[in-house]
Design a protein. Structure first.
Length: 176
């Protein structure tokens, strides 16, 4: 069950880590006749990730999936820490904590399914989309009102940036 006091944790977030399938996508894959698996990502999630990167937040992706098109999309948003084919997500988390000299309390991790369970138990703010599996909801301190691939990522980024006073600042400078 989600923690009703999760908003207190938003002030400490410096780093967002997201899974791909079920978080940045709706868990669907379209399979071409050549066997390529295509995913659909939400533009508003992308906009929020770009705003976060532009405001100095770290965004990292840890996924078991291996679609290189996903890497290209994320790198175009300014996200450099993209770990595909990662089945030991705790190992990647530990490496990121060390690399950036940050604590687990500074990390918001959004996952949706069993491969995210153990890494979510290690971070300061485990979060999930509304349509996550029950086991993930049970360890989440925040459950978005949005489904995966349908704005859940924007929801958490926008909340963090608003609490830290950075949400509209990211747009003011661009439209002055």
């Amino acid at each position: 069950m989600a923690d009703t006091n999760y908003k207190e944790l938003l002030n400490h977030i410096t780093t967002f880590i997201f899974d791909i399938d079920g978080v940045l996508t709706d868990s669907s894959v379209h399979v071409t006749t050549e066997g390529e698996m295509l995913r659909i990502m939400n533009i508003r999630d992308g906009y929020a990730m770009k705003a976060a990167v532009d405001n100095g937040y770290r965004i990292c992706i840890i996924s078991g999936g291996t679609n290189e098109g996903v890497r290209v999309r994320l790198q175009n948003l300014g996200i450099q820490e993209v770990y595909l084919g990662s089945f030991n997500k705790i190992e990647v988390l530990d490496m990121l904590l060390d690399k950036y000299n940050i604590t687990a309390e500074e990390v918001l991790y959004m996952g949706d399914d069993i491969p995210d369970y153990w890494v979510m138990k290690k971070v300061g703010l485990p979060a999930c989309p509304q349509d996550a599996v029950p086991e993930i909801k049970s360890v989440s301190k925040y459950i978005s009102h949005k489904n995966g691939g349908r704005g859940a990522v924007r929801d958490v980024i926008e909340q963090v940036m608003k609490v830290q006073g950075k949400w509209m600042l990211s747009f003011d400078a661009k439209f002055d």
